[in-house]
Design a binder for this molecule. Sequence first.
Ligand code: SF4
Length: 377
Amino acid sequence: MTLDAGFTLNAAGLRIGELRGQLRALGAGPLHEARVMRLWTHALPWDSPRRHPADHFPRTLDQALPELISTLSGLARLQLREPSSDDEGERLLFELADGQTVESVLLARGGVCVSTQVGCAVGCTFCMTGRSGLLRQLGSAEIVAQVVEARRLRAVRKVVFMGMGEPAHNLDNVLEAIELLGTEAMIGHRNLVFSTVGDERVFERLPQGRVRPALALSLHSTRADLRASLLPRAPRIEPADLVAAAQAYGRTIGYPVQYQWTLIEGVNDTDQEIDGIVQLLAGQYAVMNLIPLNAIPDSPYRRPSWERAAHMARTLHQRGVLAKLRRSAAQDVEGGCGQLRARTISIQPRAPGGRAGAAGAVGAPPAGAAPAGVAGA
Ligand code: SF4
């Protein structure tokens, strides 16, 4: 068998399957492959005083190691860091190998929220990421690289897929990343949280996986018409059917489904919605996360008062729904995502019926717009 002398993969859009294939082409056996994956996903040094790679890798792989390391470290380069106002989290901006940028968020208690796409096609009307439309899919290795880079900053025990992008629209890559994170990267399966606006393919594929993650469903309304206007390009599935499919998966894995609800003043914080949530979720093994809107520029939507949000959570609780009101800005990632990226590339608001644009040079924030506390990578 002829072995490739060098490491020839392109970092932009790289998939874990391609990476494994290249390792095999360089003579790696299953144990070598597992070792590479373990060292990478735990952000461990490739060389150590006691064991040199040459001692335990085939020669061809050992010779290609500098290129492998350079490719892996070029998957996602930390460009900016922005601490959240409550000091519990930190927003990170990564530059990918082709110059595109994505955000991740370090969360309290060892969590990290990662992006799965550059931009997003769902176009939620309260979300900055939705304004750009979908620019490209992330390869599974690029998704994992965000966790690896987070591990260079601090311990990571939980990964939520709630950053930029709709994971259901990049399902193969997200599931490939989940499998690696739940095996070699040793993250507990229920500490991997797959987030979706709801898609039949998700409910088919998740139960079949070797690693079956927890599920978060972005509901935002129990009214089909309002939900369709807030999430214009989400699949048209009745909220009751979505909840039934999500609950079935939750029962399969024996873990409660989390429902995400971005609270928008006068839109979905109404008594009618409280009744609708109670109808769908009272007595169910589920958690309703109420997340007051993280307002974005040029948007008519407002965050409701804390009293109104607390009233909603309290009433749901009294009526049999386990509801949590999320106070922390660090937890407020969905809908808040994309804002750091937007400040660096000047994303334009989506015109009614038109396409939004993203223009400007990466790494060139408009004057006065640089986030406080930003450190260069
Ligand atoms: S909230 Fe999530 S699904 Fe909706 S546009 Fe933003 S990234 Fe996409």
